[in-house]
Design a protein around this ligand. Structure first.
Ligand SMILES: Nc1ncnc2c1ncn2[C@@H]1O[C@H](COP(=O)(O)OP(=O)(O)OP(=O)(O)O)[C@@H](O)[C@H]1O
Ligand SMILES: [Mg+2]
Length: 287
């Protein structure tokens, strides 16, 4: 079991936390410390007077499935936006698989293997499911709709169609391949979003509330799919999720954000027994 790593607002804001963060992913012996999938150092982001993220530092080990929890407004989505390059107005450093991706735009971050999904899934309403997947992750690869639609079904496109169909099969979207984005249920929208991200063959997948809008019946299926993605150890997932049930089932390690700060990381039992987390997030009745 990993040691609970407790941080305060002040020490997350110091560069020395970088060393601490490295320890949380495994060995302290520098020679044998593997390159983390994700390294975030002292990341801070404000909107006017609102400090959404306040000097957050952590590592995510390669192959890990890590949960990011916290109350509404804690800064979780802002953190994902900054890591993924959707928001580049932040202070601090972000690294992925040994490369510095600090303030790179979304599509360049995606090219480095870090791909995200959005809290609100937004398939193109007037494109079919297949075309939605063919467009490539919106804002991530720099692909344009026209290039895919006008370019004809040659070479690369044909391969992409074939890969898209395989992905749709895996995600249970095969029977709605020709449905328009506007015709999809919330759960299907979520699966289209996820399929599109997976088609980018990410090494690091950032998921912002993947279970939102998914029917209770399909949640187990989605959980199995997510578990399958990390099963061979080649993909790393950082997942924002409010539903602790799924965090508990999927994640080996959990990060807790409150009011912009990373206050704690550990396993769910460790998190559940922490007074500050109970007070700030879980509430006494949920533990
Ligand atoms: N574009 C923006 N402009 C101004 N303030 C913003 C913007 N985006 C986020 N905020 C503010 O930053 C803070 C963190 O918001 P964020 O969406 O990151 O929280 P969250 O943890 O993802 O919340 P939730 O669980 O509700 O999705 C909040 O106070 C929010 O109001
Ligand atoms: Mg959010």
């Amino acid at each position: 079991m990993r040691r609970l790593h407790r941080t305060s607002m002040s020490d997350t804001a110091t560069p020395s936390r970088d060393r601490n963060a490295q320890q949380t992913t495994g060995s302290r012996d520098n020679a044998s410390v593997p390159t983390p999938a994700l390294r975030v150092v002292d990341l801070a982001c404000s909107f006017g007077g609102v400090q959404a993220v306040r000097g957050v530092t952590f590592d995510v080990a390669q192959g890990a499935f890590v949960g990011l929890i916290g109350p509404n407004g804690a800064g979780k989505s802002t953190l994902i936006d900054c890591i993924s390059g959707r928001n580049r107005s932040y202070r601090g450093k972000v690294g992925a698989l040994g490369a510095d991706i600090t303030r790179l735009p979304l599509y360049k971050v995606a090219r480095r293997g870090v791909v995200r999904t959005f809290q609100v899934a937004r398939p193109f309403p007037k494109l079919t499911v297949l075309s939605n997947l063919m467009v490539g992750p919106r804002d991530q690869t720099g692909e344009r709709v026209e290039r895919t639609l006008i370019g004809g079904w040659h070479g690369q496109e044909r391969t992409l169609v074939s890969r898209a169909r395989s992905t749709m099969d895996v995600f249970g979207l095969g029977r709605v391949e020709n449905n328009y984005g506007s015709e999809l249920s919330g759960g299907q929208e979520r699966l289209v979003e996820l399929s599109r991200a997976v088609l980018c063959e990410p090494r690091v997948l950032l998921l912002d509330e993947p279970f939102a809008g998914v029917s209770p019946v399909n949640r187990q299926r989605l959980a199995d799919l997510l578990k399958g993605l990390v099963a061979d150890g080649n993909m790393t997932i950082l997942m924002v999720e409010h539903r602790l049930e799924w965090v508990e089932r999927l994640c080996s390690r959990i990060l807790v954000m409150v009011e912009g700060s990373l206050i704690l990381e550990g396993t769910l039992p460790e998190i559940r027994s922490n007074e500050r987390v109970i007070e700030a997030y879980l509430g006494p009745s949920t533990v």
